[in-house]
Design a protein around this ligand. Sequence first.
Ligand code: FE2
Length: 194
Amino acid sequence: MARVLIQDQQRTITDVEEIRQFLEPFGIWYEHWPTDERLPENPTDEQILEEFAPEIETLKQRGGFVTADVINVNPDTPNLDAMLAKFDKEHTHAEDEVRFTVSGRGLFHIHPDDGPVFAVEVESGDLINVPRGTRHWFNLCQERHIRCIRLFEDPAGWTPEYVADGVHTRYEPLCFGPNYIGTEKSVDPIIEVD
Ligand SMILES: [Fe+2]
């Protein structure tokens, strides 16, 4: 399940419905689709797209998306660091960034116009849509693996437009980790750096 951390408020949200309600005013869709028992071990891209075809069709109609594909990023991905470096700086897109995570984890930081920066950690079963024009950046978690369904209006137009003086350098790109429990004793792994 996803987790949200609002660092400036020392607040963590882990409940699916609370996450959905927190993200809604920012125009961000969040849903959790259980993936257990829907996919075989080591599914192909085609198997993933076929299994989730009904959900993909619903999203296409809801957001005007035209195509869907599967991206698979792991430590063996050629030029992984160069690929990640494109998206780990504050940026916007001219179209929505829709991701349904099939396996692995990732961390979206969102920088709203009115409100503090917050982080959304996504993992298997999490659907997120970052609306066009929303300032954000993305990091992989420690295991450097994520496999996602992506939806596009126009894949050719999906390029980052970087924000001048982006605030991404002030936030550590660290995920909460599977053992993060959010108690006073845990150390916030995302630390603002002066
Ligand atoms: Fe992006």
